[in-house]
Design a protein around this ligand. Structure first.
Ligand SMILES: Cc1cc2nc3c(=O)[nH]c(=O)nc-3n(C[C@H](O)[C@H](O)[C@H](O)COP(=O)(O)O)c2cc1C
Length: 401
């Protein structure tokens, strides 16, 4: 299993909003993710962006007119509707929302939407006053009640000069929504997964702390990969610079003790636990209430006390996966951790490498299981590493494994 977008037919509907230019970026991102993208532009969308833009980005014919006999796809709109694995309308105008809510089929896009049985995602974009209008709200309500997924809009500065609700959700986030929706019936459908991520922060005083170089990227990527295979995911995370992944229940913590408590609360009844957080082994024995002042002495020492061993202390009828970030004796250390922490699998990585480990988007890990079997993975994106770990988890979840 890999990215659920790969090879899927995505029908992209673009309507006459000022945000239509962002749909070109969206089409490009969907293509880069490996999708086959068919675009339908409304007549008014073509006032903002040209069909040629989408044709060039998607390498596919673009439909603008239902009655254009020269267009290969125009007469084939029902075939297009049936072939689509998912439909994404972005940006969606107030006008198209009304047409969809009432079943009006007066152009290529709305006709195709009535003919498809694929999941429909809609990303509205409009002026804040338009969005607030009771008619628009009622249409959105109708569409939601029929199972259409409405994404956004986001708040911010609008083309009209107003600040408010109405911005189209950013293309990268829309791609995430597509992934999540396409993966809903994947091989972790119905499974509950808890993942920890980030580097814990142990306060010394209100302005200082002990922490580590973990960026949280690998743990977040495992969470996204599990979500994209249909799992219900809880991500317990120490502070990171990353946005919360969509479609994931995110629990924010700061210290190892808080993470311990949150993980213990989250693991009840779950199927899989993946601990990717870099947890401080020790914390300052006490944190000062006020900022500590420089004293006359040339040295100072800090008393540290041991933190709870999170991964070692959570046990239950679930598959337990750990990470070992090492700077030396990688395999030997990881092998002993599999046993001492009672893990099914460990992902060991050498964090001294520049293209793998902390901070970067790629990783090179070695998977070691309870029997001591070693699988060396090549340099992969952290998302892909997440999938390779979950491939092993899925195999372990099978009865008799
Ligand atoms: C410059 C300009 C910007 C517009 N931006 C939006 C918009 O962001 N959202 C919207 O709902 N309508 C917007 N409209 C109005 C739509 O283009 C208009 O309702 C049109 O009929 C929509 O047609 P369609 O839904 O078939 O694409 C805009 C119009 C113009 C002239």
């Amino acid at each position: 299993m890999t990215d659920p977008i790969k090879g899927k037919h995505i029908l992209l509907g673009v309507t006459g909003s000022i945000a239509a230019y962002k749909a070109a970026d969206l089409a490009g991102k969907l293509m880069q993710a490996g999708a086959v993208v068919d675009t339908i532009l409304t007549k008014d969308a073509a006032e903002f962006v040209t069909p040629l833009t989408f044709r060039s980005l998607t390498h596919r014919p673009v439909i603008t007119n239902l009655f254009d006999v020269d267009s290969e796809l125009a007469i084939e709109h029902v075939g297009l509707a049936l072939r689509a694995d998912i439909v994404l309308i972005a940006p969606a105008t107030a006008n198209v929302l009304a047409k969809l809510a009432f079943g009006i089929a007066d152009d290529a896009l709305t006709t195709t939407i009535l003919a498809t049985r694929a999941p429909i995602l809609v990303a509205p974009a409009m002026d804040a006053h338009m969005y607030d209008h009771p008619t628009v709200q009622a249409n959105l309500h109708t569409l939601r009640s029929r199972g259409v997924t409405i994404i956004g809009p986001a708040a911010g500065r609008l083309a009209s000069g107003l600040v408010g609700m109405g911005r189209m959700v950013e293309p990268l986030t829309l791609v995430e929504y597509v992934r999540w929706n396409l993966g809903k019936h994947g091989d972790l459908h119905g499974k509950k997964v808890v993942i920890s991520a980030g580097g814990t922060e142990e306060p010394l005083d209100p302005v200082r702390m002990l922490t580590n170089r973990s960026s949280g990227k690998q743990g977040y990527a495992v969470a996204e990969a599990a979500r994209d295979r249909g799992a219900a995911v809880t991500l317990v995370t120490a502070p990171t610079a990353l946005p919360d992944p969509i479609g994931v229940n995110v629990v924010h913590v700061m210290t190892a003790q808080q993470m311990h408590e949150a993980v213990v609360n989250a693991v009840h009844g779950v199927d899989v636990v993946v601990m990717a957080a870099a947890v401080a082994d020790y914390r300052p024995a006490s944190a000062a209430d006020q900022k500590m002042k420089k004293g006359p002495s040339d040295s100072m020492s800090i008393d540290l006390v041991k933190n709870p061993d999170i991964i070692g202390s959570v046990n239950g009828p679930f598959i337990k996966v750990g990470f070992a970030a090492e700077t030396q004796d990688l395999i030997a250390n990881a092998k002993s951790k599999v046993i001492s922490k009672n893990l099914h699998l460990i992902a060991a990585n050498d964090v001294t490498a520049t293209d793998a480990g902390f901070g970067v988007d790629t990783n090179r890990v070695i998977l070691i299981d309870r029997a001591g079997r070693i699988e060396e993975l090549p340099l992969l994106s952290k998302y892909e590493i997440g999938h390779r770990i979950l491939d092993r988890v899925v195999a372990l979840l099978k009865p008799g494994a």
